[in-house]
Design a protein around this ligand. Sequence first.
Ligand code: CA
Ligand code: CA
Length: 332
Amino acid sequence: MWLLLACSASDVDEKEAARAREAAAHADLRGRERYSPAPAVGKPAPDPALIGLSRPESVLHDPLADLYLISNVNGVPFEKDNNGFISLASPAGELKNLKWIAGGSGGVTLHAPKGTGLVGRDLYVSDIDTVRVFDADSGAPKREISVDSASFLNDIAVSAAGRVFVSDTGIGATGPTGTDTIWEIVGSEAKVFAKGPELHGPNGLFVDGETLRVATWNAREIQGFLLDGSPAPPLALASSQLDGLTAGPDGQLYVSSWEAGGVLQPGRAPELWRNALPSAADIGVDLGRNRLLVPLMEAGTVVFLPLHQAPGTEEAAAPQAVPAPAPAAGQR
Ligand SMILES: [Ca+2]
Ligand SMILES: [Ca+2]
């Protein structure tokens, strides 16, 4: 990808290419620091179902359209380069539209999209210090909510009642910024739901019944808050650098960990595909297909993980009924 960019002749493209090379070098450096080669345990990860993405951070199943929405940071996660995009893919692994929603196109601003969430047919997307809302059927921009004090808006979670929560991991290009916060989007405003260094770099969010679960980047735990804001007991884990958080059809929680290079199952051993899923970011779930959707950010791919093949679940494995896909929205 970087080479293709570098081949372009115009000054604008040369600047773009130089920036891309810098970003790639930055990513490679961080990659070497984080991923010393280690043998994979458990089963080898399945082959990627989707390739050719550009730093994919999250995958979300839109159950109504029966499509997967993938946010692509495309470059440095902190940089306002307006080149981020959202891809559409089918559950069969067909990339239907790489740049369905794209910064700089169709009146869209999108720099480094990360978490996504659906409230009805409104698609919420976090983007550094702004939450952008798009029409989930057409992809058209609808509105945006500025979170001026945020440095790294990350995951989005939606409660059953439609409350929208957004994490700020509190990191920037030069290190921690101290803005660790969980925001709630209320109308056109962002209000503080929880804030402080004890959040330890909040990343993945998931509303588990009446509890908002928070995956921490800087601690080996998943924190909990009741939806009235009062604290709930945390869940301890064996690894930190936690990113995406979701639950399977049976309610089992799953969380990705960059430190583990895999997916952890809180309260249940073993880890899933340890060291086989490096840079697994904001995982999604397709409940009907019993499948985790895992973006491997630095590889530019998405892997589909069948949960009935997870290590430790062999005895429970049974043929999985795959429901017939619902008809997709016409314009997509
Ligand atoms: Ca970008
Ligand atoms: Ca994340």
